[in-house]
Design a protein around this ligand. Sequence first.
Ligand code: MN
Ligand code: MN
Length: 286
Amino acid sequence: MITRFDRLMTDLPPTKDPSPNAAAAVQELLGGKFGEMSTLMNYTFQSFNFRGRGEKRPFYDLIANIATEEFAHVELVVYAINLLLTGTTPRGDDPTDTPLKGVKDARNSYHFLATGQQAFCGDSMGNFWTGQHVYSSGNLKLDLLHNFFLECGARANKIRVYEMAKEPTARALTGFLLVRGGVHIVAYAKALEKLSGVSVGKLLPIPDISNKRFPESKKHEDAGLHRILYRFSPDDYTRVGEVWNGLHPDDHSELEVVDGMPEGVVPPDLEAEPQLASPVGPDESD
Ligand code: MN
Ligand code: MN
């Protein structure tokens, strides 16, 4: 079971000059092959399916616990897309004003035709997310190797979206996710090390660029978020610390399990967009 809190993991600033095409790029981080829907559902299915938990309990705890954080990442990306779409069309309820003409050439029309200036469960090209992105093999080493690869691929995509979109909302999002995704990369590398004895951490970082190069990531690393694994449960998943311990491979800081979720912030409450439901009715009948 899961408990839900009406909080966002980090603050997302609004964008003064909103961009439908930046929102389209950010969709890749939501419903792309390497997006947050994929990390959420991969770890969720792997943890539900996990057999032989006895001696493997710390690995079960790790995968189940990280799955919970991914739910919060899905939530964060959805809010970022909504913020990037807010203000892309003038608010009003007269359809003859052609209020959506400014976004006729937006590269993703689903944001305006199929949703109400909202995120949808798909990638930057409009392909809907699919369960075919979920890998749950029943072999712990294979699953962990897959998860390490998935997080590294996700990191590459975050960096590319950062390089594509300068909007403060997009940069705050990618900056934060690079740090938290970095935690998951190190966690899966450590899990593989404990199972196999191979020093997977020597591969890091993949791609070969430190999070400290991104100012929006550096501020979270300065606050220590790259060395913290949150335990998203009051009493369960207590053995994550048997994997998440020792030193961070990047700056050799001490890794720490924090009991409970991060404090987070109140999510933005965005205004309605009447032009998407225009004309506002019901109209008077003759
Ligand atoms: Mn994530
Ligand atoms: Mn992750």
